[in-house]
Write a protein that binds this ligand. Structure first.
Ligand SMILES: Nc1ncnc2c1ncn2[C@@H]1O[C@H](COP(=O)(O)OP(=O)(O)OP(=O)(O)O)[C@@H](O)[C@H]1O
Ligand SMILES: [Mg+2]
Length: 231
């Protein structure tokens, strides 16, 4: 059971490599309920790799990663599915299912959770309207622009009001007005209790919103907010 005080995510001395030199080294940190983190770092620094670890797409090469208090190296595939139902993910390459319509893509997480068809359709339409895609319900993803696909991916990630939201470059393909709107969506979720992690190159947002900044450099994650508040 996850208590109010225990972190949603904890990493202890986590190391990740893909066979060669380590991409992430000796990472020890905790992410708590209702917290908001920007994940920054140069291209190739390891932001997507860190997100993949948190989504259990890959396992740490060594060290301990606990998600919702479960050690990911020891969970069964059934437990992994349950954990994933509590995580919303916006992948850098969107990961939409090409054979499903926009509406079906967005409603899919609710379908997996066993929600009624009428309810999940209503919810999906509402969030698609909100992200400005109210006229795209029955379109296949292949007919959408990059920015539209990105908004579908975001709608799908937030529809279940997850405990953890991982968004990898969620505003990379949209204009500033939409990017601000999407940020306000993430802000609203964070206020409702979701732990939000946003990987971004968009310095403007990191400077504008005074959230925690986790910066990856040379394989280490530095908590820049903590660093600057301690000075
Ligand atoms: N599946 C993989 N196999 C081998 N190496 C990989 C794999 N995925 C990522 N890498 C390597 O790990 C390093 C970190 O990649 P990652 O995609 O995590 O960076 P990133 O910070 O997300 O970059 P970007 O800002 O360009 O998205 C890079 O050197 C990359 O080449
Ligand atoms: Mg990346």
């Amino acid at each position: 059971m996850t208590t109010e005080e225990s972190p949603l995510i904890s990493l202890e001395d986590v190391m990740l490599h893909y066979g060669g030199a380590p991409v992430l080294k000796n990472i020890s940190l905790s992410l708590h309920k209702k917290s908001f983190h920007f994940l920054t770092g140069a291209s190739g620094a390891g932001k997507t790799s860190f997100m993949r670890l948190l989504y259990m797409g890959i396992k740490p090469s060594s060290g301990t990663l606990k998600i919702f208090e479960k050690n990911v190296s020891m969970v069964s595939s059934e437990e992994k599915c349950k954990i994933r139902q509590r995580i919303g993910v916006v992948f850098q390459d969107f990961n939409l299912l090409d054979h499903l319509t926009v509406l079906e893509n967005v409603a899919l997480p609710l379908k997996v959770m066993g929600d009624f068809p009428t309810h999940r359709e209503y919810q999906a339409k509402e969030i698609l309207d909100w992200v400005g895609l109210g006229n795209c319900f029955n379109i296949l993803p292949s007919a959408l622009s990059g920015g539209q696909k990105q908004r579908v991916a975001i709608a799908r990630a937030v529809i279940t009001q997850p405990d953890l939201l991982l968004a990898d470059e969620p505003t990379g393909n949209v204009d500033e007005k939409i990017a601000n709107k999407l940020m306000s969506l993430f802000y609203g979720m964070h206020k409702m209790g979701t732990c939000v992690v946003v990987a971004t190159h968009y310095r403007q947002f990191v400077d504008k919103f005074h959230y925690n900044e986790l910066n990856i450099e040379h394989g280490r994650i530095i908590d820049k907010t903590k660093e600057s508040s301690e000075q």
